[in-house]
Design a protein around this ligand. Structure first.
Ligand SMILES: *[C@@H]1O[C@H](CO)[C@@H](O)[C@H](O)[C@H]1NC(C)=O
Ligand SMILES: *[C@@H]1O[C@H](CO)[C@@H](O)[C@H](O)[C@H]1NC(C)=O
Ligand SMILES: *[C@@H]1O[C@H](CO)[C@@H](O)[C@H](O)[C@H]1NC(C)=O
Ligand SMILES: *[C@@H]1O[C@H](CO)[C@@H](O)[C@H](O)[C@H]1NC(C)=O
Ligand SMILES: *[C@@H]1O[C@H](CO)[C@@H](O)[C@H](O)[C@H]1NC(C)=O
Length: 349
């Protein structure tokens, strides 16, 4: 930490002295180490990577490119990678060699022409509540991007993966076994507020999900499963959760698996339906079967030894990790098949 900081100071001073207005346009953010495999998850949105003269030159190029909202500069190779969205940078190489900045806004005297994704208005003064909100107001590019959202008025601003097509989908959880392992064995409070990060694995938080669900009369829960190199989709209509006071009980409507080969209905099929179940964590367990400990995750577990036919918040499959604990979606699909990723997304319907 100390070594990293002392390396940064001379660059910062140079940046401030030479750059003039640059420091008012960019925010210095973090660089995280991530696995190379994770890049193929497709949420890194690089526009271009070129060799530049300096950090300031890299920033100048980002300002000139109408789509650039973040850049990562390699102090050794002078490589300048520009991105369309996002707060922080990731690299599979030496974190200390890289420096990350994200754009605050590009504005003329009249108005702003480039806001961070999710912000809108003449002065970038507004922010979308969720990804459907951005889609419906047409204030976001029609793309899959990292976006800032604010689920409740004056509440926390969060960064999430947004799909700004098909009505706008907000990732409420993003699980990718190809990224660095994130611990999903968390407490009630952590599942309530959310954890993880938008460039790897995350859980948006029950309170944030609840607040988004308050903004419209009907939501759909979409399930995407990626395994053996292909993705399949299913959805539940009328997704809702109750308040914290009510232990965030889940309700799910009819299931549809759009195409042949789509996922089976693991959540509401027959006696194993989780409909009406409260959320459970190891420190607040309504399952009566130790499910959060056995599955190593929080979920709307059944009051049954089966616990759940899916483990969306499970661990990366690995030798020695019991099947129960791993990412899976119904036994017969998960067994012997390495699930690469499971994503849950919600959409105004
Ligand atoms: C900014 O102002 C210009 C000139 O008044 C206008 O043409 C343009 O549409 C405005 N852009 C936005 C994003 O409001
Ligand atoms: C999950 O967390 C609890 C509490 O910290 C701990 O007792 C338990 O061993 C953890 N489970 C695993 C599989 O790490
Ligand atoms: C979700 O349930 C809450 C009660 O817990 C209710 O106030 C709200 O209208 C419901 N929302 C939807 C979208 O059905
Ligand atoms: C929520 O959980 C508390 C215990 O933590 C319990 O007293 C209460 O009855 C539960 N509410 C519902 C609606 O299940
Ligand atoms: C529900 O489960 C039964 C028995 O496992 C299965 O035959 C059926 O296809 C499932 N239904 C759906 C919609 O997945």
């Amino acid at each position: 930490m100390v070594a990293r900081f002392s390396l940064l100071i001379p660059i910062f001073q140079l940046f401030m002295i030479v750059s003039g207005s640059f420091d008012s346009k960019f925010l210095h953010t973090d660089v995280f180490e991530e696995l190379e495999m994770c890049k193929h998850a497709g949420y890194h949105f690089r526009i271009s990577e070129i060799t530049t003269f300096s950090l300031i030159d890299c920033g100048r190029r980002c300002l000139k490119d109408g789509d650039c909202r973040r850049f990562m500069y390699d102090k050794e190779t002078k490589q300048c990678a520009m991105y369309e969205c996002g707060e922080n940078c990731i690299t599979d190489g030496d974190v200390n060699r890289k420096i990350c900045f994200r754009l605050l806004s590009v504005c003329t005297e009249v108005n702003c022409t480039r806001c961070p994704i999710g912000y809108y208005g003449d002065q970038c003064q507004h922010i979308i509540q969720d990804c459907s909100d951005g889609y419906q107001k047409s204030v976001t590019p029609q793309n899959t991007l990292l976006s800032f959202i604010q689920p409740s008025l004056n509440g926390a601003i969060l960064e999430v993966i947004c799909i700004f097509t098909y009505g706008g989908l907000t990732h409420i959880t993003h699980r990718d076994a190809r990224c660095k392992e994130t611990d999903f064995n968390k407490t009630w409070n952590e599942y309530s507020t959310g954890f993880g990060n938008s460039h790897g694995n995350y859980w948006l938080g029950l309170e944030n999900i609840f607040n988004i669900l308050q903004s419209h009369n009907r939501f759909k829960l979409s399930v995407q499963i990626i395994y053996d190199g292909h993705a399949s989709l299913g959805s539940y209509y009328h997704f809702n959760i109750s308040s914290a006071h009510d232990n965030y009980s889940i309700s799910l409507g009819e299931f549809s698996n759009h195409a042949q080969g789509g996922p089976v209905n693991s959540l509401t099929n027959g006696t194993f339906s989780i409909n009406g179940r409260p959320f459970s964590t190891y420190d607040r367990d309504f399952s009566n079967n130790d499910c959060p400990v056995r599955f190593n995750s929080g979920w709307w577990y059944l009051d049954d030894p089966v616990c759940s036919r899916a483990n969306v918040n499970g661990r990366r499959p690995a030798i020695g990790v019991p099947f129960e604990e791993t990412l899976h979606w119904q036994d017969d699909l998960g067994k012997g098949t390495e699930i690469d990723a499971i994503n849950l997304r919600i959409r105004r319907d």
